[in-house]
Design a protein around this ligand. Structure first.
Ligand code: HEC
Ligand code: HEC
Ligand code: HEC
Ligand code: HEC
Ligand code: HEC
Length: 160
């Protein structure tokens, strides 16, 4: 490898290894294809009471369509196997924060926030990556912009 090629690879590496690089998923599911059907986010992502956590649909739900649609494609055969064996699909999570941080979808959706504000243009993506900063800094920037709380205790349990 020439040193120039090597140097440009080094320059690219922060991009290649950032969170914006979509992980390889066990089944090549595309949001773009499915939102265009059209399906709404809420058709697949329910937030059961108290609405803090979203859910990802089980393979059985996908089979409502895929028992017939593309039933012979390799990807759908794999999906069918998960459904028949009642195994959950080991999706690689892209939006995840540590469990010790308080976060509620309901609070944010009730205040008018759209999915895209935190998850980016999901409807345009074949493969998801976490494109919006959901680190503490990302939370704080939006809270400041909306005059929401930046109290440590709002997001963290304080030990005394
Ligand atoms: C409302 C019906 C519907 C539901 C529900 C649905 N799909 Fe699909 N899916 C489609 C349609 C339509 C296509 C596009 C088929 C085509 O390209 O002809 C598709 C395409 C796909 C493909 C690409 C298949 C290929 O080989 O080209 C995959 C993989 C897939 N879906 C996975 C899923 C998964 C996983 C779920 C559940 C989370 C799901 N689908 C739920 C209708 C649905
Ligand atoms: C047909 C069902 C379906 C629809 C409709 C759908 N999703 Fe998904 N969603 C999935 C599946 C399956 C996964 C897991 C695979 C993946 O990450 O691509 C997922 C993953 C996600 C994730 C990543 C969660 C994580 O932590 O890994 C986000 C965020 C998301 N969806 C948001 C949306 C939004 C916003 C919409 C509407 C624009 C939407 N989804 C519409 C099925 C769906
Ligand atoms: C204010 C920011 C924000 C908004 C708005 C938002 N999300 Fe999320 N979402 C997050 C965060 C943060 C996580 C990670 C939560 C965790 O790991 O506990 C997440 C996780 C998810 C997950 C993975 C399951 C879970 O709850 O951990 C899905 C699916 C998802 N979001 C879908 C959606 C959809 C669909 C919408 C719109 C209806 C939406 N989100 C709106 C910030 C947001
Ligand atoms: C899109 C802008 C936005 C982002 C990004 C965002 N928030 Fe918020 N958050 C808000 C707004 C606005 C409120 C106030 C809602 C209300 O009071 O009705 C809020 C309220 C909260 C509350 C409730 C505070 C209380 O006690 O009333 C918590 C906890 C919280 N956010 C945590 C987080 C965390 C953790 C993240 C990052 C993973 C985050 N938020 C990212 C806009 C955002
Ligand atoms: C709006 C929500 C929010 C508020 C307010 C908030 N944090 Fe955080 N904090 C987070 C999130 C999300 C993480 C985990 C993601 C990360 O590491 O950036 C985190 C992580 C941390 C960590 C661990 C850092 C690490 O690298 O492991 C510390 C320490 C911390 N916060 C302290 C504070 C203190 C002190 C305050 C008050 C000045 C505060 N936080 C206010 C959301 C918040």
């Amino acid at each position: 490898m020439s040193s120039r090629v090597f140097a440009s690879l080094l320059l690219l590496s922060p991009l290649l290894f950032s969170d914006k690089n979509p992980p390889v998923q066990p089944i090549p599911f595309s949001h773009k294809t499915h939102v265009a059907i059209p399906l709404k986010c809420g058709d697949c992502h329910a937030a059961p009471d108290p609405g803090e956590v979203m859910t990802i649909p089980s393979a059985a739900k996908c089979m409502a369509c895929h028992r017939t649609i593309k039933a012979d494609s390799p990807a759908i055969r794999e999906l069918t196997a998960y459904a028949e064996q009642k195994r959950s699909i080991p999706w690689v999570r892209v939006a995840e924060i540590p469990s010790w941080v308080f976060f509620s979808h309901k609070t944010h959706l009730d205040s008018g926030a759209k999915c895209e504000a935190c998850h980016g243009p999901v409807a345009e993506r074949d493969r998801l990556a976490q494109e919006v900063d959901l680190s503490m800094r990302g939370c704080m920037d939006c809270h400041r912009a909306h005059k929401a709380t930046v109290d440590c205790a709002a997001c963290h349990e304080l030990k005394n």
